[in-house]
Design a protein. Structure first.
Length: 215
């Protein structure tokens, strides 16, 4: 028996969890939902996750975990090696602050359902939607770049030379940014960390194009 990851290949929250599972060396069954077709709103999926959001991790005993950061911290607590959060409490707070900057400040306003709402309810065109996306990325990536560049704890990854929670979030967001033409030149430290992630199979295998439902 393996857990089942209910996800979508292009979802950045799904990328985070796939990379975390890979870092932990955990096998899982892959279940795909095409968000633009509304498959995540089916009665079957809503019975698993009433929010109708991906990813959701269905454990072997039928327990369903939702919200990517909660799933990742569950994996870290139940499969502690390699750790995704530092041992020191202040370092853990730092890691979470970087992760939350992406997951709580960038992702919610640039989620597909928000972009679709802009188009459907306000008649916002494709270019304006992309400009919206880039604006909210810049609002957070600029400060995060400064935080990382100035902090002596920053190494090949956000905290030292081992990837963790913050890297999972930053990597997934950077991957999604490419679809909307977000320039990385203003964020050299972030770009370098993303390259460090791409050097690892766990991250490369989590990329959207590497998934069975990639289109």
């Amino acid at each position: 028996m393996k857990p089942t990851l209910h996800n979508f290949f292009r979802s950045s929250a799904s990328v985070r969890v796939r990379a975390a599972l890979n870092l932990k060396g955990l096998a899982y069954d892959y279940r795909s939902y095409v968000l633009r077709k509304g498959e995540h709103r089916s009665p079957e999926f809503l019975a698993l996750n009433p929010q109708g959001l991906v990813p959701a991790l269905e454990l072997e005993d039928g327990t369903v975990l939702t919200q990517s950061l909660a799933i990742i911290e569950y994996l870290d607590e139940t499969q502690p090696n390699p750790p995704l959060l530092p041992a020191d409490a202040r370092d853990r707070a730092h890691a979470r602050s970087l992760a939350y900057a992406v997951a709580c400040d960038v992702h919610p306003v640039n989620n597909l359902r928000v972009l679709q709402h802009l188009e459907a309810e306000f008649g916002v065109g494709e270019e304006a939607v992309a400009a919206w996306f880039r604006h909210w990325v810049a609002e957070t990536f600029g400060p995060v770049e400064t935080m990382l560049a100035k902090d002596p704890r920053t190494g090949a990854f956000c905290l030292g030379d081992r990837p963790g929670l913050a890297d999972l979030c930053l990597f997934a967001q950077a991957v999604n940014n490419k679809r909307f033409g977000v320039p990385m030149a203003p964020y050299p430290t972030i770009a370098r960390i993303v390259e460090s992630c791409l050097a690892l199979p766990a991250f490369r295998d989590a990329l959207p194009d590497a998934q069975p439902d990639a289109a």
